[in-house]
Design a protein. Sequence first.
Length: 308
Amino acid sequence: MKTIPFENSECSPALVPAITRRRLFGLYLELTKPRLSMLTTITALLGYLAARSAAGWPGAFHVGLGTALAAGGAAAINQVLERDTDAGMNRTMERPLPTGMISPGKALIWGIALSAAGVGHLLFWNNLLSGLIAASTVLLYVAVYTPLKRISKVSLEVGAVAGALPPLIGWTAAENSISALGLILFAILFAWQIPHFLAIAWMYRKDYAAVSFPMLTVIDPSGKRAARHAFLYCALLLLISTLPYFLGFSTLLYFVPALLLGADFLRKTIAFMREKDRDPAARKLFFASLLYLPLLLGFLVVDRYLFF
C-alpha cells in the first residue's frame, strides 16, 4: 500500500514514520469532528422535516449535505485555532494537529474549503436565507465562540447560540422564512445544550483546568454553580418544549412524550445538583441528553407528518 510522510514539516523526515493514504483520509475526516457534525446535520434535517417542505427528500438531501460540509469545515477551523490547548488536554492531545500529523496550514485550507462548499451548496440548491444562516453559524462558532472560550464563561451561552442555529438552516431551507415554530426549535436547541455541555465540562473539568479555560466547572470546583445552571436551563427547556402543543403546532402525540422526556431530563439535573459525588450523575445526565434531543424532535416530526 502506498505511503506518504506525516504532514508536519517541522519534524525531521528521519524521525517521522510514513502513513497510508487511507489513514491520511481518516485524519482529515477526524478534523471535521464527525460525531458533532452528524448531530448538527441531524438537527438541521429535523428542522427541515418539521416544516413539512413541498421539496421533499431531494431538498432534505441538499440540506443534509450542505450542513454537514459547513459543520465539518467549522470544526476543522476550530481545531486549527485551538491546537495549543488541544495539546494540553488528555482527551484531545491525540488529534491530528497536536500530534503533527497534519499541518495547521493544510487543516485551515481544508476547513475553509468545506465551510465554503457547504454554504455555497445551501445557497445554490436551497435558498439564500438557509445559506446565510449556515454562514452565520460558521462565523459565530470560529470567530466568536472559539476565542471567547479562553477568556469568559459567557462562551457557554455563545456556543449554545451557534449550536442552536442548524434547525433554522433546515427550517428556512423549507420555508424560506423564520416563523414561530422555527424559533421554538432554535430555543429548544439552545436550552438543551447548556445541561448537555455542563455534563461534559464536569467530566473533563481537569482537562479544562489544565489549559485555564474559565468554565463554570473550573471557576467553581465544587460543581454547585454548574449544577444549578444545568437545572435552570433544563427547567426552561421543559417549558419551551411544550410550546408547539399550546401554539397549535402539534398534538398530544408530541406533547405527552415531551413532558415525559423533559421530566426525566430534569430529574437527571436534580441528581447532578444534589449528589455529593457528581461524577456518576454527570455521566447519566450526559447520556440522557443524547437520548432526549433526537427523541423529542423525532416525535415532533412524526406528529406533524401525521396530523398537519
